[in-house]
Design a protein around this ligand. Structure first.
Ligand SMILES: [Zn+2]
Length: 103
């Protein structure tokens, strides 16, 4: 029933996992150059940390959406229980809220 969406979620999940691995690898890379470069490195780390957090959030939502598909609960708003429109699901497959509740 939600095969197409499940496929989209799984693809996005792989993409995010690849990105996260890349972010973590570059966050761990240490610069032992001069002070100025270390300052730049710290700024980069802050950007990477917030990127890391938003990627992790999305990954959590995707895993939850995949779980709801497995459980047959997918496509219903977790807040009001109404059906979420297919158009919205295709646009934001990891959503758990209908358009009214998300607004
Ligand atoms: Zn709702």
């Amino acid at each position: 029933m939600y095969d197409k969406i499940k496929e989209m979620l799984e693809e996005r999940k792989q993409e995010l996992e690849t990105l996260l691995t890349r972010v973590e690898t570059s966050a761990r890379r240490k610069l032992d150059k001069d002070f100025e470069e270390q300052a730049i490195q710290r700024q980069n780390e802050e950007v990477l940390t917030s990127l890391d957090n938003s990627l992790n959030d999305e990954l959590d939502q995707i895993e939850e959406a995949l779980y709801r598909i497995e459980q047959g609960m997918y496509g219903k708003c977790v807040n009001c229980g109404n059906e979420i429109s297919e158009k919205r699901l295709l646009a934001v497959p990891h959503t758990s809220l209908c358009i009214e509740c998300a607004a």
